[in-house]
Design a protein around this ligand. Structure first.
Ligand code: ATP
Ligand code: MG
Length: 405
């Protein structure tokens, strides 16, 4: 996979950019607030149809054109894969509601849905805040799993988006039923149970699969990063045990137990998850009606990192947490390559400043195995001479890229 060309118009602080990118390592240096993160954001936006950080697409449109009679922003790229070249293009056009924008997605000149972009350009983005993957919120870890899975499997992306819509509707119904004291609940909830389980089962099964894959790779990388002393484990921490289908009156492991030790299945068929999810939902009926919301399902999932039996979130030092985060991010590159048959584009956004010298050196050792990487930095001094010589070097100043630096 090779991102050969990137073109931006009115995207963030880039008024206009046409950039050819070689295979191998591209290093982009710039002081704070010059456009390093914006550039990588544009690439992820093209890869996934979503910005990794903006709350709304309107934020992506250059401030300078907001008052124009017809403001717009455009991001386009040329991606080569097995000698086949794909042109992808997202234009943000003004919506009927002032200040809002709609996405127009084109692939090889043909209008498509944003979801069709997924999989054309595979990326792994590592941002400074990712060092908090282990210590941060469960939502951040779910997002990490979702972004990787969505890129590898469009059907996962569809199931996840369906699940989120169904969940919102089921929660609204549970809230109403809770207010009414649970009258006629069963008939209405049955319908939404089925819908929730239909899409949620795939989400659960694929997350469990990915974590199992990541664990093997991450453990190897982690051994190297940590100097070969401790073995890293990654565990799926679901809100119900997807490999277990309780009968109507059977007890089953509570969420606390699952949160501590998690589950690890080498293979978990979707049908099994389906039966288990449904049974657990029905067993949670009274609790859900009392709470007025959906208490079990992948929206409550978490991912645990352990050294031996110790949970890194609770007991790890800051450095140990960062090493685990870096290992799992790098494992993502290997898994994506294996699953898709193509090496993803690695995007490192100013992460060198977040790592100590040992971890920086380890990261540098892994770089030559990546087919294409774009790395931003505030300071060239983070990189060794041989890497600086071999890399394509650019500087960014106020949304303009310069080659003579
Ligand atoms: P740092 O090293 O601090 O992370 P950076 O080079 O990554 O800096 P960016 O996040 O890319 O900086 O932002 C560059 C500039 O773009 C900032 O000054 C920011 O305020 C500006 N910016 C953000 N959104 C827009 C927009 N919609 N229009 C114009 N400029 C914007
Ligand atoms: Mg930045």
């Amino acid at each position: 996979m090779h991102l050969r060309h990137l073109a931006l118009t009115h995207f963030r602080n880039y008024a206009r950019l046409e950039l050819d990118l070689p295979l191998g390592i591209t290093l982009i240096q710039g002081a704070n607030a010059q456009g390093k993160s914006n550039l990588l954001e544009a690439i992820v936006f093209l890869a996934t149809g979503k910005s990794p950080r903006a709350g709304s697409d309107a934020e992506l449109v250059h401030w300078g054109v907001r008052e124009d009679p017809y403001p717009y922003a455009r991001v386009a790229a040329e991606v080569a894969r097995d000698d086949r070249i794909t042109h992808i293009d997202i234009t943000l056009l003004p919506n009927k509601v002032p200040g809002r924008f709609r996405k127009q997605v084109r692939i090889n000149g043909v209008n498509k849905r944003a979801m069709d972009l997924v999989g054309i350009l595979l990326t792994v983005l590592f941002q400074p805040e990712d060092v908090n993957l282990v210590s941060g919120s469960p939502a951040r870890r779910r997002r990490y799993l979702d972004i990787a899975l969505c890129q590898m499997e469009p059907r996962y992306c569809r199931a996840l988006s369906h699940y989120q819509k169904v969940l919102a509707q089921r929660n609204a119904l549970l809230r109403r039923l809770a207010e009414q004291g649970g009258r006629d609940a069963e008939d209405q909830l049955r319908y939404w149970d089925d819908k929730l389980v239909e899409s949620g089962s795939l989400v659960v099964a694929r997350r469990q699969w990915l974590i199992h894959q990541l664990e093997e790779e991450a453990a190897l990388i982690h051994l190297e990063l940590s100097g070969g002393v401790e073995r890293l484990h990654m565990r799926y921490l679901p809100s119900f045990d997807p490999g277990l289908t309780p009968g109507p009156h059977e007890s089953y492991p509570g969420i606390q137990v699952l949160r501590e030790r998690g589950v690890a299945y080498a293979h978990l068929p979707v049908e099994q998850v389906h039966a288990s999810f449904l049974a657990h939902l029905q067993a949670s009926r009274a609790r859900e009606l009392a709470a007025g919301m959906t208490l079990i399902g992948p929206h409550r999932d978490d991912l645990g990192f352990y050294l031996g039996e110790r949970n890194l979130r609770a007991y790890g030092s800051r450095g140990q947490q960062r090493t685990a985060a870096l290992a799992s991010k790098l494992a993502e590159v290997t898994i994506m390559t294996r699953v898709s048959g193509h090496a993803p584009l690695l995007l490192l956004d100013d992460v060198m400043s977040e790592l100590d010298a040992t971890r920086r050196a380890m990261l540098m050792k892994i770089l030559p195995t990546v087919k294409q990487a774009i790395i931003t930095t505030t300071d060239w001094a983070y990189f060794q001479d041989d890497l600086l010589k071999q890399a394509y070097r650019l500087c960014v100043q106020e949304g303009t890229l310069l080659t003579n630096c």
